[in-house]
Design a protein around this ligand. Sequence first.
Ligand SMILES: Nc1ncnc2c1ncn2[C@@H]1O[C@H](COP(=O)(O)OP(=O)(O)OP(=O)(O)O)[C@@H](O)[C@H]1O
Length: 316
Amino acid sequence: MSVIITDNLTKRFPRVTALDRLTVDVQPGVVGLVGANGAGKSTLIKILLGLAPATEGTARVLGLDVATEGGAIRERVGYMPEHDCLPPDVSATEFVVHMARMSGLPASAARERTADTLRHVGLYEERYRPIGGYSTGMKQRVKLAQALVHDPQLVLLDEPTNGLDPVGRDDMLGLIRRVHAEFGISVLVTSHLLGELERTCDHVVVIDGGRLLRSSSTADFTQVTQLLAVEVTDKQSDPTLDTDKALLEALAAAGLTAKADGGRVLLVEIKGEETYDLVRDAVADLGVGLVRMEQRRHHISEVFSYDQAEEETAHV
Ligand SMILES: Nc1ncnc2c1ncn2[C@@H]1O[C@H](COP(=O)(O)OP(=O)(O)OP(=O)(O)O)[C@@H](O)[C@H]1O
């Protein structure tokens, strides 16, 4: 069953169309919602939670209509907002217990669930200290814990890695994967950083200016291309030689189509198994070392320059 379905969902503000006829179908799993700042990610989340009305179109979350069943949706869905929204003068335990009680859990269950959830997100003794003294990483964990404490079927995480250093980002992304793997909770996670979603998500939805740019599995995004990336060393015995240019000429003479790809990398069109041998021989004949030779994978970021990239590939 789809966890989120939108049909021509549109949100217009007086000066800007934040969502423009967005039609997507999100299946269970860890799904990334990618878009630059202002693409419409937070607006979509607020509509999905039933907190803001759409101007046109419809959306269903866990089968429930966002226009009429917002309360039922919020019972089943956890939400981690983007911005700092935590009270500084209470502890993580007090805050998360409060949020659990707000979700309707009885006092003892709320305390138990809070202890479990805070432990799960990696907050231990510090959970009794006021949140105001926490690092950004600890605050993000508290925000995640309050989204999970009422045992939702789906969590909507708005930029959970915002403000974190690379190690903090990796920890948070690992935590997000475990939320799904260990508890079976589906996750919709937004980010403006494509690379991190590529590693974390099963499926990625890309929006730009409120419009759907692409929705496909991460594997489809990163499938292999028919291009071979080749990098070679300079020729020690002849430092004046332009190695890349010489190799391009040698490859052309061998009947291969190649072009420079910035830095020291050449992209060679793969025509068949023999391409690998021809490249190896051309490199050996030139008397330089082969640093690497690997089949190129697509990168999710290419989706933003997709037409251009396709055109370039066609002209290799
Ligand atoms: N309440 C509002 N009133 C007017 N315009 C708004 C409102 N909320 C959002 N917008 C506009 O709608 C567009 C989409 O904003 P939104 O916050 O959904 O983007 P986003 O992808 O979440 O980006 P960010 O991560 O920067 O928040 C932006 O141009 C924003 O200025």
